[in-house]
Design a protein around this ligand. Structure first.
Ligand code: LLP
Length: 439
């Protein structure tokens, strides 16, 4: 069995993460429970940054907080010297609450509201990634009113789409995000931004996909962008200070996934940027990247308690857990695959095959199909690995199921960082019916 980070099997045959027996966590905090291996997050953060340092380049590694945002998580990102990518007022508010330095916050999104933009300006965040003409107009107006100038990047869609092992190139990108690089829209946007005293244009941003195992897509995106940058130097005398190539670095969910190490992605990106800068005669711009999943994904494990079982003779055995698509919607939404183990019987041989069912009222609420596990009993604890990214952040209250708690573990210590929702929380925003029955 593949164990991530500090996860190991202890002498009691239990799963241990960060030096803490997860059975004690399940007992103390209840299940379902998200457990984060803090040392693994730190290791990844350092690896991404070290690769830039070793190359002697100025860079920012911005944690894409959509993967998992909470006050403690943002404070961890700050401790590790990361920058921060936020995509909504809620993520920005969390960052501010966490005391994250505003100048290292970058604001993304394809439909930032005037209120969200005003909040970003009020806190003087480091950079707004302008996504569309509507946003240029709103931001310019807000800046004029407050007498501010804001650093911006333009989000472009370079016509490269990457996912796992494949990438495709399209002449024109069919995407809701950013300005198309090939149909003249980006030039129109640059002209508006350069003309306005509200903006300081730092450079461009692109994000080509997620869970990417290869570096070819990043290289191709860099090639395409530099060709344009060379044109814009002629047309607008614009020289970029920053090139942001987004996130998307893959992780190992199952044995079929073979991602590269964090520093390998960075090295290849650096190589591509350097080669292009040299070829087109630019100074090397500051490179920004935005890893989300690869910083927190495999650092997260969800613990569940096993409940009912159902045998459909000759077909399959269903083993139900006390969570499901309310705490991990990825299998239902993307057919995402996970590995899992019985945390209190790590030594037992896996003689059984069972499909792990969630408890939500929906047939599609299945976490793992045909998992090889030991024979399990009511009360056993199932650990589903690699749930750290887009698990809690996409959790929901379907069936009015309260969202689980989140615990950080490190060096034998556990710390509760998000409390479990209560039934009271579930009805907290509800208001009673006012209308009366008409006789
Ligand atoms: N930067 C931008 C502009 C993005 O749109 C994203 C992710 C990232 C960075 C971080 O990507 P990462 O390194 O985490 O792959 N809910 C989906 C993933 C959606 C990703 C959206 N954008 C999932 O559960 O797989």
């Amino acid at each position: 069995m593949f164990l991530h980070g500090t996860s190991r099997q202890n002498e009691r045959g239990h799963l241990e993460i960060g030096g803490v027996d997860v059975l004690s966590l399940a007992e103390r905090y209840g299940t379902p429970l998200y457990v984060y291996d803090v040392a693994l997050i730190r290791e990844r953060a350092r690896k991404f940054q070290k690769a830039f340092k070793e190359a002697g380049l100025k860079a920012q590694v911005a944690y894409a907080s959509k993967a998992f945002s909470s006050v403690a998580m943002i404070q961890l990102a700050e401790q590790e010297g990361l920058s921060l990518d936020v995509v909504s007022g809620g993520e920005l508010f969390t960052a501010i609450k966490a005391g994250f330095p505003a100048e290292r916050i970058h604001f993304h999104g394809n439909n930032k509201s005037p209120e969200e933009l005003a909040m970003a300006l009020e806190h003087q965040i480091g950079c707004i990634v302008l996504d569309n003409f509507h946003e240029i107009a709103i931001t310019e107006d807000l800046c004029k009113r407050s007498g501010q100038t804001v650093d911006v990047l333009l989000r472009i869609t370079p016509g490269v789409e990457a996912h796992t092992h494949d990438y495709i190139t399209t002449g024109q990108e069919d995407s809701k995000f950013g300005f198309d690089l090939h149909n003249g829209q980006v030039e129109q946007a640059i002209e508006q931004v350069l003309r306005s005293s509200a903006f300081k244009l730092l450079g461009v941003h692109c994000h080509i996909g997620s869970q990417i195992f290869d570096t070819a897509g990043f290289v191709l995106a860099a090639d395409k962008i530099f060709e344009k940058l060379a044109e814009w130097r002629e047309t607008y005398s614009f020289i970029p200070e920053v090139l942001n190539l987004g996130g998307g670095f893959g992780i190992r969910y199952t044995k079929d996934d073979e991602p590269l190490a964090a520093d390998v992605y960075v090295e290849k990106i650096i190589e591509a940027v350097k080669a292009n800068a040299e070829h087109f005669g630019f100074d090397i711009p500051e490179i920004w990247i935005e890893p989300g999943r690869s910083l927190v994904g495999d650092a997260g494990t969800t613990l569940y308690t096993i409940g009912s079982q159902k045998e459909v003779p000759g077909i399959r055995k269903y083993v139900a857990i006390d969570g499901g698509m309310s705490d991990n919607i990825r299998p239902a939404l993307y057919e995402a695959k996970y590995e899992a183990a019985v945390a209190n019987r790590m030594n037992d041989a896996c003689h059984d095959t069972a499909s792990i069912a969630g408890k939500c009222c929906e047939s599609g609420d299945m976490l793992i199909w045909d998992l090889e596990i030991p024979e399990v009993r009511d009360g056993d604890v199932l650990a589903v690995f690699c749930t750290g990214a887009y698990g809690y952040s996409m959790a929901n209250n379907y069936n009015r199921i309260p969202r689980p708690a989140v615990v950080f573990v490190e060096d034998g210590e556990a710390q509760l960082v998000i409390q479990r929702e209560t039934y009271e929380d579930i009805v907290k925003l509800d208001l009673p019916l006012k209308s009366k029955v008409k006789q």
